[in-house]
Design a binder for this molecule. Structure first.
Ligand code: 4NP
Length: 191
């Protein structure tokens, strides 16, 4: 599993998820990652977006089969609108995760900040998320299972990075510890 690169801005982490049409795979990953990041208390520090290398569906909601699969699992797919991946914004994200090898090639290939999404999947690391668009409903269920597993691992990595020495969150925790220590010492001096 890749090590999460340091954020461009301390205390913030911007993740962009990329597929072809931005109506099936990356929107599913976006909705699930958003829910898990919120549940982990990281919503104000992690920015999540998704986009497609193709522009055919820009402005459209999620594919109805992807949306139904998410809804059945308790997620809310309603806010998604498809966006086109802007290549000149690539370097502004802390982490860009492509669903398959063609998507990865289309956005300029692998780098410290650009990986396959399933490089973070504890099972099947480095595999692709297969495109379910032309298949049946099972494909969407299979994508959801991969997405849930992989986003769990990503949220663990993001939580862990908040506590890394040098991170803004770890620094602010140290500052408040120092402040309460100084206060206890001052109180002890007075007694
Ligand atoms: P996605 O799936 O890349 O997971 O959003 C697709 C959606 C649309 C098309 C292909 C793949 N399409 O050819 O329109």
């Amino acid at each position: 599993m890749p090590v999460l690169p340091h954020p461009h801005r301390p205390g913030r982490y911007a993740v962009m998820l990329v597929c072809l049409g931005n109506i099936c795979r990356s929107p599913m990953a976006d909705v699930v990652l958003r829910a898990k990041v919120a549940a982990a208390g990281l919503a104000d520090r992690v920015e999540i977006g998704s986009s497609g290398t193709g522009s055919w569906h820009v402005g459209e909601p999620m594919d109805s089969r992807a949306a139904a699969t998410l809804r059945a699992a308790g997620y809310d797919p309603s806010r998604h609108r498809a966006q086109h991946f802007e290549p000149d914004r690539r370097d502004g994200f802390d982490l860009v995760l492509a669903m398959d090898a063609a998507n990865l090639a289309d956005i300029g290939g692998h780098s410290e900040r650009v990986h396959l999404f399933r490089d973070f999947d504890p099972i099947g690391t480095g595999d692709e998320v297969p495109d379910p668009y032309y298949g049946g409903g099972d494909g969407f269920q299979e994508v959801l299972a991969m997405v849930e597993r992989t986003t769990d691992a990503l949220v663990d990595a993001l939580s862990e990075s908040q506590h890394r020495p040098g991170s803004a969150a770890a620094e602010s925790q140290r500052q408040s510890q120092r402040q309460s220590q100084r206060q206890s010492e001052a109180e002890a001096d007075l007694s």
